[in-house]
Design a protein around this ligand. Structure first.
Ligand code: SF4
Length: 528
């Protein structure tokens, strides 16, 4: 065990890599678009560390460029941020840097959801993060030797304030250079969410608005740097205090001088509010419908279910699209409230009633300890150890469905996808969308993403019916990962596969319950 504690803090060279791709890829999307999904926290950590006098190198792994060219070799410490679907890339890169005796830390959604697993591959794993904790870890820079578990560290919650856009600007500017056409500036006005959707990581984070004055200053600053900025709000549910936020935007910048993208629950999107959003430059909205039989609170339809809910929501979503050019509706499939063909048929009905809307279908996924409900799935022993790379909401479902056999579920899903991306539906979407760029974007998404999903689900269905080890894995008769998955993942990891630690493809899907049962659940104890 090595410890590099020093009495006098010297200036360190610190790397930060935000991992945005789950494999190397030389696609058009990874070259020009993917960096637009960069998050705010890596930039925040960079600013905090710079304020401490360190030299920080922040970069994004979009899949197409070799990272080693973008970071110096002589780093003293390196932070990673990753979603679960990119965990293997993070594990492989951490292994590489640890082989150079550079201590590593992981933050972001994967670290919060799977700390037990991530601790095997990083020296530090972060839960909630604040400035004191980051500084403390960098001061300590404990380096684990082989087989030693990393340290889990967490603050008691999210920070109460974050660095401004002006402070983050050097990092934002460098990031936007990698997005030659559409450049989206990440901003955030609130943390957490007051709603309690059982599957959502933000449902367990108390709602907290960030200072309005800072929001106004950020927007004003942005207009001095970009002629017509596009801001992507990273709030889990934008506009909870609707009038306060919209008033702040209206005071800061002339209407329409900044374009906005936001994710808001339907309960906030009344016609008056949507008109005000339009006036203020909101161009893309991503309302979550989630289910026809559950989660009605966020759409103010607690008691309305089934066809009645379809009728009311379709009407509201069509109203939204009269004002907002691009609307994507998000659904979750496979919830315990779903049964039979009903949820799928109702979703098809919604697709027909809202021909201009782009629907996305997320498969129920229980991300480790991200929400308390996952403990129930683990207690009911319904978890499938689907490899992390496939936990991207649409490649696989890691909870055995309560009311479906696997082939039935995938048959219904395939039928829904074929309906959503049929030639007729794609043409209707095209003619109901306004503006060539939106028409083309939806046409392109249907023909790439939509068709790819159809091909993939067909293959899964065929394997469930003909590939015994594959079916046995889903039926929980074996924990051995099907060769189909291991080959697929190792191939897509390319050269990074050489750095993937041994056995890293396997994880314990019951780790959360085991930790709780063993009375060792100190993972939620705040370190600072
Ligand atoms: S409304 Fe959205 S952000 Fe809030 S808990 Fe539900 S899914 Fe999460």
């Amino acid at each position: 065990m090595g410890c590099q504690m020093e009495c006098h803090m010297k200036k360190l060279r610190i790397g930060i890599i935000e991992i945005l791709a789950n494999s190397p890829a030389n696609t058009m999307y990874s070259r020009i678009m993917r960096v637009n999904s960069a998050s705010i926290m890596p930039q925040v950590i960079a600013v905090w560390l710079e304020k401490e006098g360190h030299e920080v190198f922040l970069t994004h792994y979009s899949g197409y460029k070799c990272l080693y060219e973008e970071l110096p070799d002589d780093l003293d410490f390196i932070f990673f941020s990753a979603f679960t679907t990119s965990a293997y890339v993070a594990y492989a890169l951490s292994n590489y840097y640890r082989s150079q005796e550079i201590p590593t830390a992981l933050g972001g959604p994967h670290a919060r959801s799977y700390p037990e697993d991530a601790s095997k591959y990083f020296d530090y794993v972060f839960g909630f993060t604040n400035r004191e904790l980051v500084e403390q870890v960098v001061r300590e820079r404990h380096f684990c030797r082989a087989y030693e578990m990393g340290t889990y560290v967490t603050a008691s919650g999210h920070p109460s304030d974050l660095p401004s856009v002006q402070e983050r600007w050097p990092h934002i500017k460098r990031m936007l250079k990698k997005a030659p056409y559409l450049k989206i500036v990440p901003m955030i006005a609130s943390l957490g969410c007051p709603y309690t959707c059982s599957f959502c990581i933000d449902s367990v984070v108390p709602y907290q608005p960030l200072p309005y004055e800072k929001l106004k200053a950020d927007l004003r600053f942005l207009r001095t740097k970009i002629r017509k900025p596009v801001v992507g709000w990273h709030d889990p549910n934008f506009g909870i205090r609707f009038n306060d936020y919209l008033s702040a935007i209206e005071e800061a910048v002339p209407p329409g001088s900044v374009h906005f993208i936001a994710e808001s629950s339907l309960s906030l999107l009344s016609e008056d509010n949507v008109q005000r959003l339009r006036k203020n430059g909101f161009r893309v909205m991503l309302p979550g419908i989630e289910s026809w039989f559950d989660l009605g609170i966020k759409s103010r339809m607690k008691k309305t279910i089934g066809m009645e809910k379809v009728e009311r929501i379709a009407e509201q979503v069509n109203m939204i699209q009269e004002y907002i050019p691009y609307v994507q509706a998000n659904f979750v499939l496979g919830l315990d409230s779903d049964e039979g063909e009903g949820p799928f048929e109702l979703t098809k009905e919604f697709v027909d009633r809202c021909p201009g809307v782009f629907p996305t279908y997320n498969l129920l996924t229980a991300y480790g300890r991200s929400v308390p409900l996952n403990l129930q799935y683990q207690t009911e022993e319904r978890m499938i150890p689907i490899p992390f790379a496939l936990l991207n909401n649409d490649s696989a479902m890691n909870v055995r469905p309560k009311n479906y056999e696997w082939p039935d579920f995938f048959e219904h899903l395939l039928d829904l996808l074929e309906h959503t991306f049929s030639r007729q539906a794609v043409l209707r979407r095209f003619s109901n969308n306004g503006g060539l760029s939106i028409k083309m974007m939806n046409y392109f998404r249907a023909n790439t993403q939509g068709k790819r999903h159809i091909r993939y689900y067909k293959e899964v269905l065929e394997r469930l019916e003909s590939d015994r080890p594959f079916r046995a894995f889903f039926e929980q008769d074996t924990k051995e990962m099907p060769k189909y998955y291991t080959d697929k993942i190792m191939n897509t990891l390319g050269p990074l596969a050489n750095w993937l630690p041994e056995n890293a493809l396997q994880h314990d899907p019951y780790a959360y319950r085991t930790t709780i049962d063993s009375g060792l659940d100190n993972l939620y104890q705040p370190a600072v």
